[in-house]
Design a protein around this ligand. Structure first.
Ligand SMILES: [Zn+2]
Length: 161
């Protein structure tokens, strides 16, 4: 086994670790359930209230990259959830945990990485949130925490019931 795993885009051997990988998640937001095609779609949509039409626009974009770019537009920036920045790490963690709880095959692949250090890494990641560098590898740390939970059965995926 390798000493560390570097991941980012949903390509190659570690594609399933990517927040951009297509593992639809069903999440409760502001009292209603919504489906997001990737964890990234969920994270980006959560910058807005579910009652805001922008929430659904983001949610329904074809790619997570489009979703990310859309939230940077001035007409989007003005109506963000006031507490998004305060909760963004929790939001990402909820999205990632839902992905592995709702997709046993993804959980199995994550568990199979054993104790190897997971690092979200690419030249772009290096300068922004959650990746290696300024993001302090927060995403890798969240994934390792979820992996520990899976190993100790602190939460149960449908296949382990
Ligand atoms: Zn990256």
């Amino acid at each position: 086994m390798v000493a560390e795993i570097k991941f980012c885009l949903p390509v190659g051997k570690w594609w399933f670790l990517s927040p951009y990988a297509e593992f639809p998640i069903k999440m409760e937001v502001d009292g209603k359930f919504y489906t997001f095609s990737t964890v990234e779609h969920y994270y980006q949509a959560m910058k807005f209230y579910a009652s805001d039409e922008r929430f659904d626009v983001i949610r329904n974009l074809a790619t997570s990259d489009e979703a990310r770019v859309m939230t940077k537009k001035p007409e989007y920036k003005i109506s963000r959830r006031v507490d998004f920045d305060k909760h963004k790490f929790d939001i990402m963690e909820q999205g990632l945990r839902a992905k592995f709880m709702q997709h046993p095959e993804a959980a199995k692949m994550l568990k199979a990485t054993g104790d190897v250090v997971l690092i979200k890494s690419c030249p772009i990641c290096y300068k922004c949130g959650f990746g290696e560098g300024s993001g302090e590898n927060r995403m890798g740390k969240i994934l390792m925490k979820i992996r520990d939970e899976l190993k100790s059965n602190c939460f149960h995926t449908p296949s382990s019931l």
